[in-house]
Design a protein around this ligand. Structure first.
Ligand SMILES: Nc1ncnc2c1ncn2[C@@H]1O[C@H](COP(=O)(O)OP(=O)(O)OP(=O)(O)O)[C@@H](O)[C@H]1O
Length: 347
């Protein structure tokens, strides 16, 4: 649906050049929610604004639905932009117009007759849950309600793509959740492709199918959101993930435990597997779960557990080795050999 090829944007001011986006290539599939995450100055806004040519790239290509946007005349680009809606952190509503007029106005630009504009605006307000606010002015609304109006307005011309520029960054956590739910709803119900930029990994965790991490104008890592959370490769990605999933084993717990302490990460189907019970059955060891956490990304479980294993050294080592063959990540946090002793098996 969206194909970005070797896109760069270089700003030149007073003989100084600033690289906004540096040779980025990206493919976003139809109907997916794609997140672009990065700290301030990473180039997210610039990249997003290049997707509808609000910002003209210095080099590279932008295709939306197979159309090479940079080859279009001004008139054709204006038309192509009708299939790309956009919402912003600051909402950008017309304060002198009512909620209904804000939404209907977007249809005026597309030359729709008045009655059709009003009927459609009413339907869109219903979709975003604001039917009762049609005649109010933006100043009378909360931040979350304003963002709902801007979503309704962005959907007015039936776009195929919705670009979201830090759409929830100005909102409190509860309102953020409700806006993310709404975005997911319109993605699923209307089949809309959504691209969002954010500095909050939580947003990616909540609704993104795939994501990219940006730093210094470049994409440092990209992939399915679950894979990124389950096995991040880049140091920056790891930092972002720690803001959402911070698995920390308390020092006291390690100090007071005996035997071999193993930290295990369970991904995908294995999270619900019988790994632990099989382990205790197949080896002459005792196991005790000390600590654990399960998160859900794209409705798939991602779990981390810490277990204390005791038994004869040889049996414990074999058990740990077998865990390593089953699970992607197994780390021995502590190994107190003095606690190793045979475990009697109940026959
Ligand atoms: N109009 C401009 N003129 C000059 N430099 C710019 C311009 N817009 C952005 N930049 C520079 O490009 C780089 C990327 O900025 P950009 O706004 O895209 O980052 P961002 O990741 O969206 O950050 P933020 O979340 O703070 O907006 C920064 O170094 C920024 O200073």
């Amino acid at each position: 649906m969206i194909s970005i090829q070797e896109l760069s944007k270089i700003y030149t001011s007073k003989n100084r050049q600033v690289i906004g986006v540096d040779e980025v290539s990206l493919d976003i599939q139809e109907g997916e929610i794609y997140g672009i995450v990065g700290y301030s100055g990473a180039g997210k806004s610039t990249l997003l604004r290049c997707m509808n040519i609000l910002e003209r790239p210095t080099s590279g290509k932008v295709y939306i639905d197979g159309i090479d946007l940079l080859s279009l005349s001004k008139k054709d680009l204006r038309k192509a932009r009708q299939s790309i809606g956009m919402i912003f952190q600051g909402f950008h509503l017309a304060m002198g117009k009512t909620v209904l007029e804000n939404v209907a106005f977007a249809l005026k630009a597309a030359g729709k007759p008045k009655q059709e504009r009003h009927d459609r605006a009413h339907r869109l307000l219903e979709l975003v849950g604001l039917s009762d606010k049609a005649d109010q002015y933006p100043a009378q609304l909360s931040g979350g309600q304003k963002q709902r109006v801007s979503i309704a307005r962005a959907l007015a011309n039936d776009p195929k793509v919705l670009l979201c520029d830090e759409a929830t960054s100005a909102l409190d956590p509860n309102t953020t959740q409700s806006i993310l739910k709404l975005l997911k709803k319109i993605n699923r119900e209307l089949g809309l492709t959504i691209v969002l930029i954010t500095h909050e990994m939580e947003v990616v965790k909540e609704i993104c199918d795939r994501c990219a991490v940006m730093e210094d104008g470049r994409i440092v890592e990209q992939g399915a959101a679950y894979e990124i959370f389950a096995s991040p490769q880049n140091a920056l990605t790891k930092r972002f993930i720690r803001t959402v999933i911070d698995f920390h084993v308390p020092e006291e717990l390690l100090k007071n435990s005996r035997g071999t302490i193993v930290q295990m990460k369970f991904t995908g189907g294995k999270a619900g597997d019988t790994v632990v019970s099989d382990l205790l059955q197949n080896y002459k060891i005792k196991g005790n779960i000390l600590h654990g956490n399960v998160d859900y990304i794209q409705e798939k479980a991602l779990g981390t557990f810490v277990m204390e294993l005791t038994g004869e050294s040889n049996e414990v080592d074999r058990a740990v080795e077998s865990l390593r063959t089953i699970l992607d990540e197994v780390e021995v946090l502590n190994h107190d050999r003095t606690a190793d002793q045979p475990v009697a098996r109940a026959e």
